[in-house]
Design a protein around this ligand. Structure first.
Ligand SMILES: Nc1nc2c(ncn2[C@@H]2O[C@H](COP(=O)(O)OP(=O)(O)O)[C@@H](O)[C@H]2O)c(=O)[nH]1
Ligand SMILES: [Mg+2]
Length: 173
C-alpha cells in the first residue's frame, strides 16, 4: 500500500497538510472527522455486488496555521485499491482503533503497513468513554508509536489530539 508515497515537505511548507485516516470498519473514522470538522462530507456508495457500501469522508480544518485536509478511507479489507488512491501524496496518517474490543487481524495488518511505510503516524485509541475500553491493552500490543486516548463523543478530545499530532509534524519541518 501507499508505495507512491514520498515525503511531502513542499505541501507542508505551503501551509497545507494531507492527512489520511485509516482504521477498521466501525472504529470511528467518520465520527473522528465529523468531531473535528462538523461540516465534513461523508460519502457512501454501494459496492458493485450490492453487498456493502464503500464509505469515504472529507474534512477541512485549520490547525496551528496549517490547512489540514482529512481523508477518511473505507475500512473493509477488500477496498485496498481505494485506500491506495486516497493515500497518494499524504503527509501523515492517523489510525483509529476501537479500544473497547480486541484488535482484529485487519487492524494489525494496517498498522504494520503504515509503520513499514515510514509515514508520520498517530494512533487514536477511540471509544475511551466506554467502561469496557482498555487503551492499555492496545498500547502494549503496538509498542513505540505516538498514541492518543480519545472519544469522539467528546469533540474536544478528538480536536486536542489532532492539534498535538499536527504540532509534531510542524516542528519536524
Ligand atoms: N461510545 C462511542 N461510540 C463511538 C465513538 N466513536 C464512534 N462511535 C460509534 O461507533 C460506530 C462507528 O463509528 P463510525 O464513525 O461510523 O466508524 P467508521 O466505520 O470507522 O467510520 C457508530 O455507531 C458511532 O456512533 C466513541 O468515541 N464512543
Ligand atoms: Mg465511516
Amino acid at each position: 500500500m501507499i508505495k507512491e508515497h514520498t515525503a511531502n515537505s513542499s505541501t507542508m511548507a505551503a501551509g497545507k497538510l494531507k492527512i489520511v485516516v485509516f482504521g477498521a470498519y466501525n472504529a470511528g473514522k467518520s465520527s473522528f472527522i465529523q468531531a473535528v470538522d462538523p461540516s465534513s462530507k461523508h460519502i457512501e456508495a454501494p459496492a458493485e455486488d450490492g453487498t456493502t457500501t464503500v464509505a469515504m469522508d472529507f474534512g477541512r480544518i485549520t490547525v496551528r496555521n496549517m490547512q489540514v485536509f482529512l481523508f477518511g478511507t473505507p475500512g473493509q479489507e477488500r477496498f485496498e485499491f481505494v485506500r491506495q488512491i486516497i493515500s497518494r501524496g499524504m503527509d501523515a496518517a492517523i489510525m483509529i482503533i476501537d479500544c473497547s474490543c480486541e484488535m482484529d487481524e485487519f487492524t494489525r495488518h494496517l498498522y504494520q503497513q503504515l509503520t513499514e511505510e515510514g509515514i508520520p503516524l498517530a494512533v487514536m485509541l477511540n471509544k475511551c468513554d466506554l467502561v469496557e475500553s482498555c487503551p492499555a491493552m492496545i498500547r502494549r500490543q503496538l509498542g513505540d508509536v505516538l498514541m492518543f486516548e480519545i472519544t469522539t463523543v467528546d469533540k474536544d478530545s478528538a480536536g486536542k489530539a489532532l492539534d498535538a499530532f499536527v504540532g509534531t509534524l510542524v516542528t519536524d519541518l
